[in-house]
Ligand binder design. Structure first.
Ligand code: AMP
Length: 320
């Protein structure tokens, strides 16, 4: 597989809109526990994508308990915040989770929707040139509203979701999935969505629900990309220490869509490269608690990690 290594964000005007939660998280892993730290699906996706694409446009909502310095940080990263609503007197979305010993599975301890409950996403005029749309984890009916409120269909719409919405908003979820090009979910969610244990069967069913592409994330076991006719597998980098998996899926999605937006190529072959970039971003994310690692990366570190991925899967074989 030939790699184009984009070492700097795209300087050309392009547009990637990232929608999803901006949140407070409280996380417990076998390595420690945090009080409220900054999290949220759009926070992770937007931060990861910012290493590839300039001028990413954020759509989300927070309460006035959310720190202003973090909003400034978004701007420094190159995220446009015109579509980030700050609601006076309301509390930011809060999620708390506890990881099991294997770090691959977790329990949600608490989800407080707070400011999300009456969130009505506004798409500023300056966002209407959206070429690529990342629907990070959020209420499915809100993800659909964003699709409807962008007047011209983007080149690619990628959607992430999770078990919480399958359990609480099944109909809205099924209705939104119909309108997206790429769905990213983890293996247990693919099984929950289809009642199929075989991921190949699950993929076949999901591809009939609307998306043309499906990415199934398997944590430390990598990720699978399906379309109707092809399958691609990318491993996860074997890491000595996984500190906190929170946001890995969102960083993966951010790296994936960021790379696609930068290269403006939505072919299956380019999606394979994008998955490697997504996997690289996820591998950084898990090395420290919260956003700590993701926020301080250099392009050199990203390039180096992508090369590690190439070395990991490259081999010569002579068929006998
Ligand atoms: P990930 O580990 O990639 O699945 O994403 C974790 C992030 O998703 C955390 O930072 C949470 O704030 C956020 N999150 C957790 N539950 C939800 C939910 N139901 N909807 C939207 N975002 C969520």
């Amino acid at each position: 597989m030939a790699f184009q290594v984009p070492s700097r964000p795209n300087e050309q005007p392009m547009s990637l809109v990232v929608v999803g939660t901006v949140a407070f998280d409280a996380i417990e892993t076998p390595f420690g526990k945090t009080d409220k730290i900054i999290g949220g699906a759009a926070t992770y996706s937007g931060t990861a994508a910012a290493y590839f694409s300039k001028n990413i446009k954020l759509v989300s909502v927070v309460g006035d308990d959310f720190p202003g310095e973090m909003i400034n940080r978004f701007t420094q990263l190159g995220l446009s915040i015109e579509g980030l609503q700050v609601k006076k007197g309301q509390k930011t979305f809060f999620w708390s989770g506890k990881y099991h010993e294997d770090m691959n599975t977790r329990d949600t301890l608490d989800t407080q929707l707070n400011v999300l409950l009456d969130f009505d996403p506004v798409i500023p005029d300056s966002y209407q040139d959206c070429e690529f749309l990342m629907l990070s984890n959020l209420m499915p009916q809100l993800q659909k509203k964003v699709i409807e409120r962008i007047h011209k269909r983007p080149k690619l719409v990628v959607m992430d979701t999770m078990n919480f919405w399958m359990e609480t908003q099944w109909d809205a979820l099924m209705d939104t999935i119909r309108y997206v090009d790429v769905l990213t979910i983890n293996d247990s969610e693919a099984r929950q969505l289809t009642h199929e244990y075989s991921l190949v069967r699950a993929a076949q069913k999901i591809l009939k629900m609307g998306p043309r592409y499906l990415i199934i994330k398997k944590g430390e076991h990598g990720a699978l990309l399906f379309n109707e006719k092809q399958v691609f597998f990318a491993p996860a980098l074997p890491l000595e220490e996984v500190f906190d998996p929170t946001g890995a899926g969102d960083s993966f999605a951010g790296g994936f869509i960021g790379y696609i937006a930068q290269t403006r190529d939505i072919s299956f072959d380019n999606m394979k490269r994008a998955i490697i970039y997504g996997s690289a971003m996820a591998s950084f994310c898990v090395e420290k608690f919260g956003l700590e690692r993701l926020i301080h990366l250099t392009h050199g570190e990203i390039d180096e990690r992508v090369h590690q991925f190439i070395d990991l899967v490259q081999f010569d074989i002579a068929l006998v």
